[in-house]
Design a protein around this ligand. Structure first.
Ligand SMILES: Cc1cc2nc3c(=O)[nH]c(=O)nc-3n(C[C@H](O)[C@H](O)[C@H](O)COP(=O)(O)OP(=O)(O)OC[C@H]3O[C@@H](n4cnc5c(N)ncnc54)[C@H](O)[C@@H]3O)c2cc1C
Length: 441
């Protein structure tokens, strides 16, 4: 249930194994309706996502329409920029169009003989006793009931499949919202479709309590996202008139405003999205139902890992299918036990990264610490991989990355008081500490 990013990928993994799949999606076929969706919205794809796409052989095709972003380009209040690489030379996260990726996956799904696609079919209710799903056609209103053998709930953060599980005994569920919302805006392409900012970077305007980011699109534009409090001195609630919006953006994002010709019109047209974290357990019901993707673990977008984590679900699920061929109860149980601690860790890391992006990336001490960590990584690659590359450029379980990251923070808290410049790294007392805490760890 759900023909979004994870639902399509999961169907492909199942279909290629020879299972008969029926994929139901509440919206009309995105490929026919794409123009109606209008704006280009992009996502950052990283190693876990690539691994899952490579697993069904489409990584290379997607790479052709993805733009590498090698680091953060931080914009200060005067419009000065500072580039902070994400990892080692050549390591990048990739900006891909959400709609474009979904369409590419739908095209593959359509070609797969074992998969039937059903659009405009909205799940209204799941009966756990009979394994029936009640659907309504979102175009005609016509209602129907289907009998499922195994039901995969990949219907996103507000999953109706999960809703049925929520009513079972001892089902754990929490949803928590940030006091921030987001609004998407556009930096227009320049003449001849030129990118008006550095193309191969993720741009950030950190402003302490809030921020704007921008990711490049293939047509020369950038999709900007303003993450901003709902209420307060500087907040969505305070920007009421066109003059309010213009004055605020000119003051806070002076170098971006001249590149945003439709700023005011877009600001009032585009809605404010909510930022939710969803945790629940169990993710399965007997050997009949399994939740994957945002339906089981909705996270805030600040680490760029929501889709990547959902795609990694497919990789792990596929490995379990190979190991426990046909033993669905074992597959479902093992899957949720393996994934839950990791997606919980990722949810917490994502919240933490908001603070890092909106505030710390502009702090000279933070920047210095990152440079020292890069030195440690270059010198002792087996002992020290910074947190961001562990999460983004590896498939180390998220929970392990989180634990290692906490350990690193403790060590850096001991080193940094002795370090005022990059050169101080060579000071004997610092090297002594490195030997004690890094080499002997
Ligand atoms: C602002 C923002 C930026 C983000 N940036 C990134 C990023 O850079 N990198 C990253 O990895 N992740 C990012 N994410 C997270 C990413 O969008 C999600 O993790 C990802 O879309 C989850 O995929 P999914 O298939 O599980 O759910 P969804 O993409 O939500 O798909 C669910 C599908 O199910 C359908 N559906 C829903 N209810 C029903 C129903 N009742 N019946 C039938 N069908 C139904 C929906 O129409 C949809 O097609 C971002 C999220 C946000 C909000």
């Amino acid at each position: 249930m759900g023909g979004g990013l994870v639902g399509c990928l999961l169907s492909l993994y199942l279909g290629k194994k020879g299972y008969q799949v029926d994929l139901y999606e509440r919206k009309p076929d995105l490929r026919k309706a794409y123009k109606e969706y209008g704006r280009s919205i992009n996502l950052a794809l990283s190693d876990r996502g690539w691994k899952a796409l490579n697993g069904i052989g489409i990584g290379e095709d997607i790479r052709k329409v993805a733009i590498p972003m090698y680091g953060r380009m931080v914009h200060d209040l005067q419009g000065k920029i500072n580039f902070q690489p994400y990892g080692k030379e050549g390591q990048a996260i990739y900006s891909v169009s959400r709609g474009g990726l979904n369409i590419a996956l739908l095209d593959l799904v359509e070609k797969e003989a074992n998969i039937n696609l059903h659009f405009s079919q909205q799940c209204q209710r799941v009966d756990l006793q009979t394994n029936e799903v009640y659907l309504s056609n979102s175009k005609t209103g016509e209602e129907s009931v289907i009998q499922t053998e195994r039901l995969f709930g990949v219907d996103g953060a507000y999953s109706m499949v999960r809703y049925a599980l929520q009513k079972t005994e001892r089902f754990e569920y929490s949803q928590s919202y940030l006091n921030y919302g987001y609004k998407e805006l556009t930096i227009a392409p320049g003449p001849y479709g030129r990118w008006m900012l550095e193309k191969e970077a993720l741009h950030i305007w950190p402003r302490g309590n809030y921020m704007m980011i921008a990711l490049p699109n293939l047509n020369g534009s950038f999709t900007c996202t303003l993450f901003f409090p709902y209420e307060g001195e500087e907040s969505f609630s305070k920007l009421k008139t066109e003059a309010d919006v213009e004055a605020f953006f000119k003051k806070q994002f002076p170098d971006a405003v001249p590149l945003m010709p439709d700023l005011v019109e877009e600001y009032f047209r585009n809605t404010v999205g909510a930022l939710v974290t969803i945790k629940c357990f169990p993710w399965s019901h007997q050997d009949k139902i399994l939740l994957l993707g945002d339906a089981s673990h909705g996270i805030v977008p600040f680490y760029g890992q929501g889709m990547n984590a959902g795609f990694e679900d497919c990789t792990v699920f596929n490995e379990l299918l190979n190991q426990h061929n046909g033993d669905w109860e074992t597959i479902f149980k093992t899957f949720q036990e393996m994934r839950k601690p990791n997606t919980d860790a990722m949810a917490d890391l994502a919240i933490y990264n908001f603070m890092e992006m909106r505030d710390l990336v502009a702090d000279p001490r933070f920047i210095l610490q990152k440079k020292i960590e890069a030195k440690l990584n270059a010198l002792y690659p087996d002992k020290w991989i910074p947190l961001y590359p562990m999460v983004t450029f590896s498939d180390m379980p998220y929970a392990e990355a989180q634990t290692a990251g906490k350990q690193h923070e403790k060590i850096m808290a001991k080193l940094m008081p002795h370090i005022q410049t990059e050169a101080d790294f060579e000071k004997p007392e610092v090297q002594e500490l490195v030997k004690k805490y890094v080499l002997n760890s």
